[in-house]
Design a protein around this ligand. Sequence first.
Ligand code: SF4
Length: 351
Amino acid sequence: MNALHARYPFLSAAREAVREADVDVAAVVSREGDRHPAVERAVERVRRALMDGTVRPPEDGRRWGTSAELLSYPVARLLVSLLDAPGAVDKYARAEADTAYDTFTYDFDHQDDRTRETISLDALLADFDLGDDVERRRESYAVAVGTYLSLAADLPAYEWRLASRRLADGRVTVSEAELHELLREAVERRVASDLPLDVPEELAAGLAAEVDELESSFTDADFSHDIDTLAPSLFPPCMQALVERARGDDRLPSHSWFSLVAFLTGIGLDADDVLSFCEVDSPSLADRLRYRVERLADDGSAQYAPPSCATMAAYGDCVEKDGRCETITHPMAYYEDALAESGDVTDWRER
Ligand code: SF4
């Protein structure tokens, strides 16, 4: 097991490393006394995926060794299969893919870094059996049309439909950034494949406490999830700032869009409301946001909530904190408290 396996636990080589280590997963999940580090990390992996849209280690500074990181992946797959939480598998797979995307794009840009083991584009393509399907051209890539159609199937139609692409000799031209998007899709599919697992009784019993802990952390989140009033003046400072940036010329990074759209979806806005409220006039951005809202808006449960204050702070999106911020740990809780305190408010959509 090495650091690369821990960073990319879905790779064939990582799965092989787990197999070769001959770890008894049943013994890991049912260890008496202190939780096995792999189980502790798996709980955080799933919690972060469902609450914060990432599987990075938590913000409290806890870190795990290579083998716990790697083993936490198969344990997390068991946990997410056992959860009674709508959409958990999709959200978990997306979070794994988004985190992998950040990691492999960083690695591709740092191939000469001798202090870190990195994965190359060729190695990643080979692991997904895409080596022959992707050809490097001078400033772009040519992807076999069947592979392109398969990987782009869930991406926003406006940008990815075949009719708006250059197609020659059975290959579709994509930019480097677009190839990375397709790889993100490939990772998401691999992570989601076979989920939810049919978890054997013995493993389910060993993870019962962890499943309870995760489910209660969603249902005990400190806001009610049934907010349906749009009162922008009562938004927490972080969301007010993101709205202002979204409406201006600022290009919001994808994690900031995720936070803002999850917040707006969480207070009952549909895709049209989000686009109108954020004053989105670019068709391609509108398409991407509509796609994101549809993924987020399956229901109003906590696993679709925007990131917590700790995660917002880690992303640099917690700004201009005020007195109410000191009393809550989640932007939704801030908004719920502000609404309760203000009494009757006029919904922005009824102006
Ligand atoms: S403390 Fe929380 S609610 Fe307040 S600005 Fe920061 S992230 Fe937003």
